[in-house]
Design a protein around this ligand. Structure first.
Ligand code: KIV
Length: 270
């Protein structure tokens, strides 16, 4: 497993960092087999796996359940788990209690939180020894206010984002996800921070990239954002299921090769 300091060294060496989401044991096993640097148990699981409209319905128990499965599937990969909507930003005691529970019980390597308003929490959690990845730009937990659109797209908004990025780094964030911001802004943020930036829809100059597993593998997704490259096509599963359905209906499955050969009825009649 890459340690935090190894991940930070990748930035200094200008070697790009790879991150992909995983939500369960098999996807985590695949990410580890592919030697991906970091896995994110994203609260995007609300949409990709649970069929919700947004991440807002995802609970701390959901993240714990999926985080533990991913840890079992990828024991040797750096795993980050999202703190979901409503689990942080309440009050200092509740926030830290939720963070401790998720960090301890998922056995992940870091937690991720959305938004610069959590700078104080990042400081407190870091001081306690919980590594925190910050997430700025488009923060899906706040889409009710911001909408799903490019962030940091005006001069003021870009300046604010740079300021926020510096503040969360100073508070102790160990890495930063930058989502849906102009590529030139992401480049400046990445140059001005010492911690690695991981971009999604933030161009090529961040220190790493993250994609959502179901997006990049075309697995049950109906709409794709501009920044999604589809590296595989899991919709072939539908053809396989159709073939199975037809073969059972026609009696073609199971054929001899899928049956146990031992005959028992004769013995029972003796
Ligand atoms: O939940 C998630 O999958 C994320 C990525 C979009 C970075 O936060």
């Amino acid at each position: 497993m890459k340690t935090l300091s190894q991940l930070q060294q990748l930035k200094r060496d200008k070697e790009k960092i790879t991150m992909v989401t995983a939500y369960d044991y098999p996807s985590a096993k695949q990410a580890e087999a592919a030697e991906i640097d970091m896995i994110l148990v994203g609260d995007s699981l609300g949409m990709t796996v649970l069929g919700y409209e947004s991440t807002v319905e995802v609970t701390l128990d959901d993240m714990l359940h999926h985080g533990r499965a991913v840890r079992r599937g990828a024991p040797n990969t750096f795993v980050v788990v999202d703190m979901p909507f409503g689990s942080v930003g309440i009050d200092a005691t509740t926030d830290i209690q939720n963070a401790i529970r998720l960090y301890q019980q998922s056995q992940c390597n870091a937690l991720k939180v959305e938004g610069a308003h959590l700078t104080q929490f990042i400081k407190q959690a870091s001081q306690m020894g919980i590594p925190i990845v910050a997430h700025l730009g488009l923060t899906p937990q706040s889409v009710g206010i911001s909408g799903y659109k490019l962030q940091g797209a005006t001069k003021d908004a870009a300046e604010q984002l740079i300021q926020d990025a510096k503040a969360v780094e100073a508070a102790g964030a160990v890495a930063m996800v930058l989502e849906a911001i102009p590529s030139d802004l992401a480049k400046v943020v990445s140059e001005q921070l010492t911690i690695p930036t991981i971009g999604i829809g933030a161009g090529k100059d961040t220190d790493g990239q993250v994609l959502v597993y179901h997006d990049m593998l075309s697995y049950g997704v109906e709409r794709y954002a501009k920044f999604v490259k589809r590296y595989g096509d899991f919709s072939v599963g539908i053809d396989a299921l159709k073939a199975y359905h037809q073969e059972v209906k026609s009696g073609a499955f199971p054929s001899e090769e899928y049956m146990y050969k031992k005959q028992i009825m004769g013995e029972l009649n003796d």
